[in-house]
Every structure is written in C-alpha cells, then in structure tokens.
Write a protein of this length. Structure first.
Ligand code: ADP
Length: 644
C-alpha cells in the first residue's frame, strides 16, 4: 500500500497504543514533543515488524524513524549507511543524547572497535551503524542474529538502484539479505526516488508487502532561483553578500572551475575554501572539518563535497552550472535549510552546460557500447532524458516548487498543494517576467536561424541578431540578411539566454555531432508561422533585496544573544570534538534567544532539549542567557560573541 503525506497521524486516544512509549522516548531523549505525520506511520510499521520503504526529502526526519523504535524494542537495530563520516556524525549525535550507539568501519582504531564489540556482547548497544560490505561480510550476519537482531534500516537506499543517480555496486550485495534473514524486517529510507527507483529498491531488497510511505517533496523553506549566467563571479558574490556570516556551498562542474571561481572570490575579499577530489586528503579534511565546525562558512566545491556534510544551517546553495539531472539538483539543493529555516538555492546556467553534458553522456555511452556493456543504449536514452528534464526546469517558466513535485512523481494533488504564488521561487516572486513581445522576439530568432541556413551555433546566430561585426559575419555575408541587427537593442547574453530558452522549450534543436548547430523543430516552425506561442523570460529585478534569509527577528529572537549562543556552541563542540549541531541546532538556539529560559525546566521545554542535554549542556547555556539578560537589564551592551 502506498500512502502519501496527506494521511495525517491519528491522535492517540488508546492508552495501549504501541506508539506511546516511542513518544515518551522521543520527548525524553531527543526533546521533540511530537512526531511528524510520516514518522508516525513509519514507526508504526517498524513496531509491527513490517518491511517498509520511506521516501522523504532531506531534512524530513528519516533518522528518527529507525532511531526511536530501536530504543523501545528489545534487540539490536542495524543501520546501513554509505559513508563513514555520515555514520560517525549520527553516532556522535546519538551519544550526545545518551543513546548507546556505535559503528564498525574500516580504518577504525582498535580501542574504538573493542569498545563497540564489548557493548555488542553485553547487549547494551541499541543501534549499530555499518557499511554494506561489513554487513555482508562472511559470518557477520549470523553473528548479529545471535545477538538478537530485530531490524535492519538501510539509509540512502536509492544507492541500490541502477536507475538511481548514485548507484553503488556494494549496495547490490544487500539483495541477498532477505534470503539470509527471512524473518528480520527491513526498512529502506531514501530522499530522492522517482517511482521507477522506488519500485526498483523494493524489488532489489525483496521487500515483503512493504509499507510504502512517500513524503511531500516540496521543501517550502527553500527559495529557488534560476538565472542565465552573466558574470559568474559577480553573480555568485551577490548571492554570498546576501548571507553574511551564514553557511553556503557553491557547486561547480569541474575541479578547474572550483579553483578559478574560489580564487576569484577570494581576490574580491570573500572568505571561502575550495574542495574537490583532486586536492590532497589533508587539505580536504581540514576544509570539511572547518565547515562542519562553523569556522568556515563558504565552500566552493565539486559534488565531491556533499554526502558526508551534515551541517543543518546551510543557508544557501549555488550551482555555478547546470546539474545533469533533477535528482542531482534536488539532492544538492537539499543540503540547504535542513533545519527547516529559510534558505536559498540559486542556479546559474548557460547553453554551453547543456551541450557539455550532452556530449559527455554520448561519449561515455559510445565507450560503454565499444566495451560491450549491456544496456548502453537504454542508459544513454535515460541519461539524456534526465538532462532534458533538468534543462526544461531551468529554462521553463513554471513555479519551481511545482515543477520539482511533478518530477518526483507526486500526484497532481501534491503539486496543487504548493500554493499559487508560492512566494518561494523566482517565478512566483515575480523576479522574472515574460517578455512582453516574446512571440515576436522568438520569431526573430527562429527566422535568423532559418535565414543563416540552420548551419550555425548559438554564438553566431546571436552575433547576427545583435548586428555584430565579427570576422565570421563578414565572411558569411550575414550582415546583408534582413535579420542582421534585428535585436540590436538587446545585450548578447540576453539573446543567448532566449535561444537557450527556445531550446529548452523544444522549439529549437541542437544538432548532434561535432558542431552544435541550431535548427528548427516542428513546433519551432509552428511558432514561426504563429500557429503556436513561445514564452520568453527576462529577469526583472536585481536580487539584492530579495534574500530568503531567516533572521533572528523573524523568530522573535534576540540577534546578539543568538550569535553568543552560537559562539558557545562552537566552543563546546571544539572541546568535545563533535560538530556544533550535535550540541544544539539553530532552531533550538533561536528558541532560546527568543524565550530566554531562566530555569532548567524552562530550558527543557524548548524543542531539541532532551533530558541528557538539559543535564549536560543546560548549565552552560542557561548561564550564557542569564549573563546576557543581566547585561541588558543593567544597560551595558552585551559583549561581542567569542572570537575563534
Ligand atoms: P533526514 O535524515 O530525513 O535528512 P534528519 O533525520 O537529519 O533528516 O532530521 C532533520 C531535522 O529535523 C533534524 O534537525 C532533526 O533534529 C529534526 N527532527 C526530526 N524529527 C523531528 C520531530 N519529530 N520534531 C522536531 N524536529 C524533528
């Protein structure tokens, strides 16, 4: 059975409801007063010992779905995760909440491993994190069964699917789990899954009548913006400037792009560091650690920077070029605003990105075919289709939230639930507008493509339309055409962006082969004959005033106190060798800065403060709040946050 997020959690009236002890644990251990609707459903399925597949966007709260039941049931819950750093973060966070959790991973120190082994043998351990290889290693499963294994949770389960964007061969081995553990329930969790990937996960893991729960993909706290690239350095700098002292990631396609952009931003005074797989491991680790510990806010990176990054207060994600599919885009932008507070995602694209990806995809398909890889043809079609979806998302004029919902196969109802005028994307915010005479401009462009013989690329067509005097224009005699200079009042980049939009809308096609020459599709011919309408877009407003920025004031919190609490969090995190969010997340700090708790009880009433943290961290945070309040009442300006 598939259930959408629309099926809300039921109020608990029955005192025998098995969810009651879970709610108690969630309150005491994690400091949350209630479960989110899908968490409720997923946890019930787990308690009933059923197989389940939970699809929930990043930040939706998947981890609680396997962590909370693990604490109320007898036995051990195993969590499989693809990355050691992710596991380590979760284990650190659980331990900070007082939960007996551990991990077994390669490269672990002997003493850590022995401690985990001891906790396993003594049956103290409730949650054990493992890599798939470790879980499937000879004899290991049998040993776990002997230790009273009660459930297996598979995180990032899309990695098992060949159709997913992040396929990992080592995940495939887990197809064997069901045969070897016929009675242990398996629950799979993923953030990105189209219906095909979803079905594939269930099939590969041989899930038995799984409860399939699909959350809302929409992330209302993210504001999406898409713009044709102009001056990349200035474009990106403007985004960063909207987020002073806030965390952000700037994604580039290639390592050289990372280095160039990062150096250019640094030269303009932006504090940022590069990250890509070609840098030496020490530098990479330092950057990752500095980002996690809030000592560094902006990282310019390839997508190598991502999976292990769990910082919940990332306030902006920039794409300096087009990702190759909507799955990637959604996963990368998903790293923004995991704490549920507003964050901004800006994508800068150009036609060259699209063609770059296309030739890369075609090139690797050719190689695959030559190497006799099965399904190379189908993979090629699939990859091109994904790219086309991404391209039309970027160049389209529909609400970005709705477009993403539709792509992920949510029902039309779900897309319809995104409010009209969502106020969280450039289209709905009115930051881009339809060009008033878009049809006429489109016809001028199409006509120029026809008049130049459908044998030239976008650069030359643009030059002809803007009346440029290039060598090529002179040689071809295109300065004598009636379309020469027809759009002379527009900038080259504007014309270029419109050509990209016409390609995105399918009116213009780009030839395969060595030269990306433009030609008209059937619908392009129809637009030219006025039998169909084309829509062109142009940015209308500079973006500076339009930041989606959570401010302390929005939450009714005192900004200066919030900064002080962040400083204290950094200091405690450093002392304890854990990432700052393991201490408390921004939401919790904002609540403290708004509610000014004066007693342990008042602190305990704040979301995110469980018993263990109230006892362990409470005194330090209460003292900070008290000192702030005292200083304010005595009229002394509170001291600046500690400098790191
Ligand atoms: P995911 O794994 O789906 O990306 P996480 O499990 O990391 O998401 O949770 C995202 C955020 O939501 C975390 O900051 C977590 O503390 C918070 N959270 C999860 N469940 C709840 C809940 N029931 N009430 C309040 N906050 C929650």
């Amino acid at each position: 059975m598939e259930t959408s997020a629309a099926a809300l959690s039921q109020p608990i009236a029955d005192p025998g409801d098995p969810l009651l002890p879970v709610l108690e644990v969630v309150r005491r251990t994690f400091g949350f007063e209630s479960l989110r609707p899908l968490q409720d459903r997923a946890i019930r399925a787990t308690l009933e010992g059923r197989d389940a597949l939970l699809v929930m966007p990043t930040g939706g709260g998947k981890s609680l779905c396997y962590q909370a039941p693990a604490l109320v049931r007898a036995g051990l819950t195993v969590v499989v995760s693809p990355l050691i750093s992710l596991m380590q973060d979760q284990v650190d966070a659980l331990r900070a909440d007082g939960v007996p959790a551990g991990m077994l991973a390669s490269g672990q120190e002997g003493s850590d491993r022995r401690e985990v082994e001891r906790d396993l043998e003594s049956r103290r351990m409730r949650l054990l994190y493992l890599s798939p290889e470790r879980l499937m290693s000879p004899g290991f499963l049998e040993r776990l069964v002997g230790l009273d294994l009660c459930a297996i949770a598979i995180d990032e389960a899309h990695c098992i699917s060949h159709w997913g964007h992040d396929f990992r061969p080592e995940y495939r081995q887990m197809g064997e789990l069901r045969r070897r553990l016929p009675t242990t329930p398996i629950q799979a969790y993923t953030a990105t899954a189209t219906p095909r990937v979803r079905a594939d996960i269930a099939a590969q893991l041989r899930l038995r009548e799984p409860e399939i729960l699909v959350g809302r993909f929409d992330r209302p706290n993210l504001t999406y913006r898409v713009q044709a690239r102009r001056d990349l350095v200035l474009d990106v700098e403007a985004v960063i400037a909207r987020h002073p002292r806030e965390a952000g990631i700037v994604y580039c396609l290639r390592r050289t792009d990372v280095e160039e952009l990062c150096a250019a931003l640094q030269a303009r005074g932006v504090r940022c560091e590069p990250y890509h797989a070609g840098l030496d491991p020490g530098a990479r680790r330092r950057t990752q650690r500095a980002f996690q510990s809030e000592e560094l806010d902006v990282v310019v990176a390839t997508v190598a920077f991502g999976m292990g990054i769990d910082r919940p207060d990332v306030r902006f994600v920039v794409h300096a070029s087009l990702p190759k599919g909507v799955e990637q885009y959604s996963q990368e932008t998903g790293r923004a605003g995991r704490d549920g507070l507003p964050a901004e995602c800006v994508l800068f694209y150009g036609g060259a990105d699209y063609h770059g990806w296309k030739s890369l995809i075609e090139h690797s398909a050719r190689e695959a075919r030559e190497n006799g890889v099965e399904n190379a043809g189908a993979d090629l079609d699939d990859a091109l289709e994904r790219l086309a979806h991404m391209w039309s998302l970027a160049t389209g004029a529909a609400c970005r939230h709705k477009s993403l919902c539709r792509y992920f196969g949510e029902t039309d109802d779900a897309a319809a639930a995104v409010p009209k005028g969502c106020r969280a994307c450039d289209v709905c915010l009115g930051e881009i507008a339809r060009v008033a005479d878009g049809q006429v401009v489109a016809q001028k462009i199409l006509s120029c493509i026809v008049k130049t013989g459908q044998r030239f690329g976008a650069t030359h067509v643009t030059d002809v339309l803007r009346g440029a005097r290039t060598e090529k224009v002179r040689q071809t005699g295109h300065d004598a055409l009636s379309t020469y200079g027809l759009l002379a009042q527009h900038a080259a980049r504007e014309i270029r962006a419109w050509i990209d939009q016409l390609v995105g809308q399918g009116h213009v096609r780009v030839a395969d082969g060595e030269y990306p020459t433009l030609f008209l599709s059937k619908s392009g011919v129809e637009v030219l004959r006025d039998e169909q309408q084309a829509t062109l877009l142009a940015p209308v407003l500079p973006q500076a005033k339009r930041a989606a920025k959570p401010s302390a004031a929005d939450e009714g919190a005192d900004e200066a106190l919030f900064e002080r609490l962040r400083g204290l969090r950094r200091q405690l995190a450093r002392e304890r060798g854990v990432p700052p969010y393991v201490i408390f997340n921004d939401r919790t700090l904002l609540s403290m800065a708004a509610r000014l708790p004066a007693s342990p009880e008042e602190l305990r009433a704040i979301k995110g403060v469980g018993d263990k943290k109230a006892a362990d961290l409470g005194p330090a945070f209460l003292a900070e709040v008290a000192s702030f309040v005292r200083a304010r009442e005595s009229g002394i300006a509170p001291a600046a946050p500690p400098v790191d």
